[in-house]
Ligand binder design. Sequence first.
Ligand SMILES: [Zn+2]
Length: 91
Amino acid sequence: MKKPLSLQEMKEWRTREADAGRPSSFADLCRAFGLCVTCLGGGVTYNDNGLGFKVVGMDGDTQLFEQCPVCGGTGMLQSSGTQNPTQGQNV
Ligand SMILES: [Zn+2]
């Protein structure tokens, strides 16, 4: 699963938005780029304490993480149909 943005691009976006006086939190970035806000585009569920991801098992030496229930593990914002009504475009 390819991420649409590199860490560097995210940093640049946040700096640019902050400089412009616009919301520049990670959640804002996710919305702007259509990433799942719940898992922040990672496709897996964060631990309840916010540190790392929720591990549901092991596959050999590889940790298996819980798939994000909101986006189904895609890391992308899900919307029913082509338009997201919460974005308020041409309602
Ligand atoms: Zn998600």
